[in-house]
Design a protein around this ligand. Structure first.
Ligand code: FES
Length: 182
């Protein structure tokens, strides 16, 4: 007489086990599915790339390096000041610029420009860069990242988008990858 009870309890426990295992499998599958679809996400992110204005050329005297700020392209209403970014603009001559990411190529601290020594210096671990963005000394393994730029209607524009990592190319380009002036 106890057989049906035991049997039904066993079936119930088995069904519960299958149910909970299914839930756990679904939870574990989320990051795997996300990884498999990440190329699609990356392709979508590339549409965030945009040309942003840095203001009229007169703001950047020839032979000097100036700090510039811009508002990120992908901004939410609640972002506030966190959507503002900075970069260093070096004007070489009338139509030739270099626009450097403000972040050190080592671990991302904001670098500062010292006009007397004509060097960028990083306050975090002593990274130093030449005025053309090339690495001078310290822990960074490369020079500063550079934005592609163009000149239109007397204004300077930079191309922003996906941030670079040591293993990827991005809207920020390295010293050999900058766009020519328009
Ligand atoms: Fe600049 Fe480390 S973050 S040297």
């Amino acid at each position: 007489m106890t057989m049906p009870d035991t049997f039904s309890r066993r079936v119930l426990l088995m069904k519960l086990g299958i149910f909970f295992n299914g839930i756990i499998a679904a939870i574990l599958a989320i990051p795997i599915v996300g990884y498999l679809f990440s190329p699609i996400n990356r392709a979508r992110k590339s549409t965030d790339e945009a040309w942003l204005p840095l203001g009229p050329l007169e703001q950047y005297p020839s032979g000097q390096t100036r700090l510039a700020t811009f508002r990120n392209a992908d901004v939410r209403p609640w972002d506030g000041k966190t959507a503002d970014s900075a970069c260093w603009v070096r004007r070489i001559d009338a139509q030739t610029f270099q626009v450097f990411a403000i972040n050190c190529a080592h671990l991302g601290c904001p670098v500062r420009w010292f006009a007397q020594s004509r060097l960028f210096m990083c306050p975090c671990h002593g990274g130093v860069y030449y005025e053309d963005g090339g690495r001078a000394s310290g822990p960074p393994e490369r020079g500063l990242f550079e934005y592609a730029y163009k000149v239109e209607d007397g204004k300077l524009f930079i191309k922003v988008g996906e941030l670079p990592t040591p293993g990827t190319s991005s809207a920020l380009v390295n010293l050999s990858g900058k766009l020519p002036c328009a």
